[in-house]
Ligand binder design. Structure first.
Ligand code: ADP
Ligand code: MG
Length: 341
């Protein structure tokens, strides 16, 4: 598409300028593989894809802005490429959908090394192939304010298997996969210039979307609502509660914390519930399900090699609270991780 003044081609004498817009697009898309569901992929004005018979289309998009969502000093290009796609795949998974197709739009500073773009694409396309997602198009232009990445992922699913935020029922259990708070703790440690263990760092820089667990739960019809945890379980379960017209009570002592999380926070006077409850970027699944299906839920998720933990109960009265071991309500604002700020 035309820019109002200059494109990558004219803006500077960098390696990117030498390559030009179309050379750059060729380079970005060089590693893209064909896929049976893609009838016309990259190279035409629009991509043509075939939905599986009887399925509906799920679409989600995310932007990642330099110095807002990532910093080039912390996020190496390979893992940034993986994460750019992972966060949108996670949204499709949280609906119970199978991720299938992706669009990638990049606004690239003219001094960005070509090597950065090559490694970014290697990461992006590795995440794509791990999840059987085909890159079918995008847009490429120059940026004067840092690298901007916009990713759209489309997926598909049978209508009766799609899981929404609305659907949680009073007395359902509230569940979460994996562990929470690791990515947020990793970020806090980076911000403070402290050493961060590889486990925490990879939770932050290379999140793993829980596609197989989400699909297994959706296809077994076991869950009443589901969301991916990008803003912390408290806020994200809050979205489920709001959309379902219910409330919830979360048990702090039930929150699944990783060994690395416990190790890093052991020296602190208070257990840092703030990060576990409200730290972002876990990309785990939070879902609700009837109490009668506890065993089935455990079996279903364990088959995917994923741990799952009951962290609370859906209430009929609105509002989401968190309680400590003795049942005292916990105020997320006043306690928790102040030691780290
Ligand atoms: P148009 O001018 O029609 O927008 P472009 O020249 O921008 O077309 O893009 C040419 C082709 O390359 C299109 O198929 C587009 O989807 C694809 N494309 C451009 N940038 C990217 C990108 N960053 N990732 C994947 N495909 C891209
Ligand atoms: Mg274009």
């Amino acid at each position: 598409m035309h820019g109002i003044d200059s494109t990558v081609t004219h803006s500077s004498s960098s390696a990117l300028a030498d390559l030009g817009e179309f050379g750059l697009i060729s380079r970005i898309t060089a590693g893209v593989r064909t896929h049976e569901s893609v009838i016309t992929g990259i190279g035409d004005d629009a991509a043509v894809t075939a939905l599986s018979a009887g399925m509906q289309l799920l679409t989600s998009t995310d932007m990642l802005l330099e110095d807002v969502h990532f910093r080039r000093v912390w996020h190496d290009p390979y893992r940034l490429g993986r994460k750019s796609l992972a966060v949108s795949i996670s949204d499709i998974a949280a609906m119970g959908g199978s991720p299938r197709w992706a669009l990638l739009s990049l606004a690239i500073p003219s001094d960005l090394p070509l090597e950065f773009i090559d490694n970014f694409m290697r990461g992006f396309l590795t995440m794509a192939s791990e999840n059987r997602v085909a890159l079918i198009g995008g847009d490429t232009c120059s940026s004067r304010i840092g690298l901007t990445i916009s990713v759209t992922v489309m997926g598909e699913q049978f209508p009766d298997r799609i899981v929404r935020r609305a659907g949680a029922l009073p007395d359902d259990d509230i569940w979460v996969t994996g562990t929470v708070g690791d990515a947020a703790l990793g970020l806090r440690l980076l911000e403070r210039g402290e050493t961060v263990s590889d486990e925490l760092l990879s939770r932050l820089l290379d999140p793993n979307p829980q596609v197989s667990a989400a699909l297994a739960l959706a296809e077994a019809g076991l869950v009443t609502s589901m969301i991916d945890v990008s803003d912390g379980v408290l806020a994200d379960y809050g979205h489920i509660a709001e959309q379902s017209g219910v409330g919830g009570c979360l048990r702090l002592d039930a929150l699944p914390l990783s060994a690395a999380f416990r190790r890093h926070t052991a020296a602190l006077p208070a257990v840092p519930y703030q990060l576990a409850l409200s730290g972002g970027e876990d990309y785990e699944l939070c879902f609700t399900a009837p109490r009668s299906d506890r065993e089935k839920i455990g079996d279903c998720v364990k088959k995917c090699g994923i741990a799952v933990t009951r962290i609370g109960i859906v209430t009929s009265s609105p509002g989401v609270t968190a309680v400590t071991t003795d049942g005292t309500p916990y105020s997320a604002q006043t306690k928790g991780f102040n030691h780290f700020t």
